[in-house]
Unconditional design. Sequence first.
Length: 395
Amino acid sequence: MTHRTHHRAIALLFTVHGAVGGSLYSCLPWLQGHFGLSAGALGLVLLCQPVGAFVAMPTAARVAHRVGERRAAGILIGLWALLLPVPLLVPGPAWLFAAFCLFGMVAGMSDVVMNGHGVTIERGLGRSIISGLHGLWCTGSLLAGGLGILTARLDVDPRLRLLALTAVLLPLALLGARALPADAPRDHAGSAPAPRRFALPSRAVLVIGAVGFCGTFVEGASSSWAGVYLTRVTGAGAALATTGFTLFTLAMALTRLLGDRAVQRFGPVRVVRAGASVAVLGGVLVTAAPGPWPCILGLALIGAGIALNVPLVFSAASRTGVNAGEGVAGVATLTYAASLVSPGVIGWIAGALSYPAAFGLITAFALAMVPLAGRLRPAPGRTAAARTPQDLVAS
């Protein structure tokens, strides 16, 4: 198969992955009302997904090496699609903790494997594609959110919608995985060594991961609580609350789809700093919004502002060691650590103080990205031959 075919395959997998995540998060207002969850209880439930991911992600590169990278992508993303309706089908609120934990474990491992494939295909093409791939992830989430708006207006049970989506997304995941590059022979002389069984982040990854931690905190907290915030603070209905999440995702998708060109021209440091400033403006607008539409505009600005953070962090981490998957796994562990704490922290602050105070903290994390963006500059010791066009601009 050609590099172009591989690009289409990984693009399909990113889109499917985004559709699964977006479908579940668009159902959170329904989930909260159906099980009678307070803000703090919902925060604890959402905390279980990044806990599962945080535990499982360091093993992902090794598991993929053992079963084969291409096969691992099909198994993990297909399994995630199968798990999509489970949180809404559990018999009681206590089961939500186990459901979200399992959901997070599979989500995190598939995320690592998928991004590892994306970096490998990017190198084969000889040009930047990682931002566009993450844009397609947002596009999948956006399509799922749009379907959520439609079904909310038609009063369709969200459980039926997720079951139908699983029937569509599962075969697409398997189709995309089959068209990925074949695994390299294990005994090939030039092949990279096997990843460690449990890949904790290296010092170089920790430096890069600090940027990703702040960006993921803002992204995860905003996407998780957008619908609830609109419902509880601005009095928006179910359809309008889903619109807020959808426009947040749309802003991220458009920015990421155009992001590769921006990074090539301005470099990762300038791009992340400019985006962080836009996200701060959005956070201020959300906390001060008198009604639903100004709040929705603020959410869109947050989505656009932090859109390129994760793709650039993952791309930088893949160049920190001899194994791209291990570098991605290390920084993904850190970014999911932000997801680990953000839902619970936001829920607790919202319960103890107020929802606007919780979004004030989100804004503070966006502001912290401005000075931290300098850590995306390539290390001085790297040779010119090993540097990408993004690195040359950043330096």
